[in-house]
Design a protein around this ligand. Structure first.
Ligand SMILES: [Zn+2]
Length: 108
């Protein structure tokens, strides 16, 4: 199975990415549009995990010392998106739930 990068927004409106069971926060992007993401456990667990992406491709990766948590990422992502849309729009909650199954945020 091929792993895809999933982009979403956190409750603080910061772009984040999920890849391979890990969650990253956007750290910076350079002139070639390569975006560097740091593991969200960087501070709490002193993880050195890092992901560099261009478009939807991973260009390089530094392995994690923390453990992946797919379930937690999925929940956090959907809760964040749904909460924001319910708050900002008049769309029905069930419609929002459906659409959130296919993430469409860009993190560039
Ligand atoms: Zn990590």
């Amino acid at each position: 199975m091929r792993n895809n990068i999933e982009i979403f927004e956190t409750t603080k409106n910061k772009p984040s990415a999920a890849y391979n069971g890990y969650q990253y926060r956007k750290f910076r992007s350079n002139l070639e549009n390569i975006i560097t993401g740091l593991c969200i456990s960087e501070k709490s667990k002193k993880c050195k995990g890092l992901l560099k992406t261009k478009g939807n491709c991973v260009v390089s990766e530094i392995p994690h010392s923390c453990k992946p948590d797919d379930a937690e990422i999925g929940v956090r992502k959907h809760v964040a998106n749904i909460r924001r849309r319910v708050y900002e729009t008049d769309e029905s909650v069930s419609k929002i739930y459906q659409e959130e199954m296919s993430p469409h945020f860009q993190w560039g």
